[in-house]
Ligand binder design. Structure first.
Ligand code: SF4
Length: 418
């Protein structure tokens, strides 16, 4: 047997240092839980295997990897295409070998012995008053992750997927950020969220056409797995999402953002949320490492070589913090020369938050100033917030929590004490 066909278990090393930011520090460091290491399960060539180590996790494989694996098991590569279509297409979304109708018996027996079709276990579904669903999944190591389905009247149903358990970025308005990072999700764990979404809800709400990587985690902090998972999602013989409808969001990890723009055709969203470094250093500590000027200049340069490509800026509006008329004017200047759209997002309060949402009339006024200057700008009001399914509300706090950062003096009156 080819050595490459021997499936072994190995723990991939974590990219995340276990450092915490100081309340008074002007530097930035990542927040990861010291309790559980970040780990992924992979074979000797980097493909994912089940935690017991003796089964291949099919959803962790690209199409060409699946073809190789099928051949290594002694079957024709054509069987791989039939399997791929049953995992991801034809309204099958198979989760067990019993659901693989039309495949030959020996092939199915081999799959039942050697492969795992499912990477997540469904624990709970909560439905918010506006129809948004929050799905809770348990993972093989006992951790949990959340996925959100956002139905839309105009047929633009969206699944919001998570890329990490927790997050190291410590954005001050975000509930997930308070968790710190526990670990990266594997490729299979990311892809299976989209498969579950279609399998569970296509009958109820119609086709799910859009994917946003805006659930738990900073996607570009888990860039290898996110790029591979999004490649699997857009494969035309499988889930076949349009690359323009798969959006990966980042808080502003500049080197990874450059890599993403070079290696992926999917859309990019950048969570901007402030127009001065003073505010962004506070509410998004990643800004201490890559400030607004560096972030935006990188986008300006990188997007020159991308045709018909617009970055989406997300701007969560926080009362008294980033929603003044001066902010609107600065925002117009900041995005000059960057092909972009801007989403103004209503802040979703939660019990760990000191911020208040900007009133809707003020959001409209802010939007109008941007629109009058020629910006393409949209208002995004809250979805699913009564079930903590809205943007920035996902996750569950454990014993270890990321620190609350010191409020700059000018903004003390804008925030409540916890
Ligand atoms: S907003 Fe996104 S990047 Fe920031 S802490 Fe929350 S999940 Fe992480």
């Amino acid at each position: 047997m080819d050595a490459g066909c021997l499936w072994m278990r190995r723990l991939a090393s974590s990219p995340s240092p276990l450092l915490r930011p100081s309340l008074f520090s002007h530097s930035f460091s990542l927040v990861a839980s010291p309790l559980i290491p970040t780990r992924a399960y992979a074979d000797a060539r980097g493909s994912e295997v089940s935690p017991s180590g003796n089964k291949a996790l099919l959803k962790g494989m690209s199409y060409s990897e699946l073809e190789n694996w099928v051949q290594c098991q002694g079957f024709r590569p054509g069987q791989a295409l039939m399997l791929w279509k049953r995992l991801y297409g034809n309204d099958v979304w198979a989760h067990s070998s019993e659901e693989l109708e039309g495949l030959n018996k020996d092939f199915k027996r081999m799959l039942s012995d050697e492969a795992e079709l499912k990477a997540l276990n469904l624990k709970d579904i909560r439905t918010a008053a506006d129809g948004t669903r929050k799905i809770l999944f348990s993972l093989v190591d006992g951790l949990a992750v959340e996925t959100v389905i956002i139905p839309c009247d105009r047929g633009r149903n969206t699944v919001c997927v998570s890329s990490q358990v927790g997050c190291a970025m410590n954005c001050q308005f975000c509930y997930t950020g308070r968790m710190g990072l526990t670990r990266n999700l594997s490729v299979a764990e990311i892809v299976d969220q989209a498969v579950f979404a279609r399998r569970l809800f296509s009958d109820q709400i119609g086709a799910i056409s859009n994917v946003v990587f805006m659930g738990m985690g900073e996607p570009l902090h888990n860039i290898d797995n996110v790029i591979k998972a999004s490649d699997i999602m857009v494969h035309e013989q499988g889930l076949h999402f349009s690359p323009r409808k798969v959006t990966v969001s980042t808080s502003g990890l500049v080197p990874q953002l450059k890599r993403f723009l070079h290696e992926s055709n999917c859309a990019l969203a950048v969570s901007l949320n402030a127009t001065t470094d003073e505010v962004r250093n506070w509410i998004m500590p990643i800004n201490r490492k890559y400030n607004i000027a560096v972030l935006l200049q990188t986008l300006r340069e990188e997007l020159k070589s991308k045709k018909n490509y617009k970055v989406l800026f997300e701007y969560v509006m926080l009362a008294g913090v980033n929603d003044s008329l001066e902010d609107a004017k600065r925002l117009i200047d900041l995005v000059q020369g960057i092909p972009c759209k801007i989403n103004l997002i209503k802040f979703n309060p939660h019990c760990e938050s000191r911020f208040r949402p900007t009133p809707e009339e003020k959001m409209i006024e802010f939007r109008n100033i941007l629109a009058e200057s020629g910006c393409t700008v949209f208002l995004r009001l809250s979805r699913g917030d009564d079930q903590m399914a809205a943007c920035g509300q996902l996750g569950k706090l454990g014993m270890v929590q990321a620190p609350v950062l010191r409020v700059p003096q000018n903004f003390e009156s804008a925030v409540a004490s916890l």
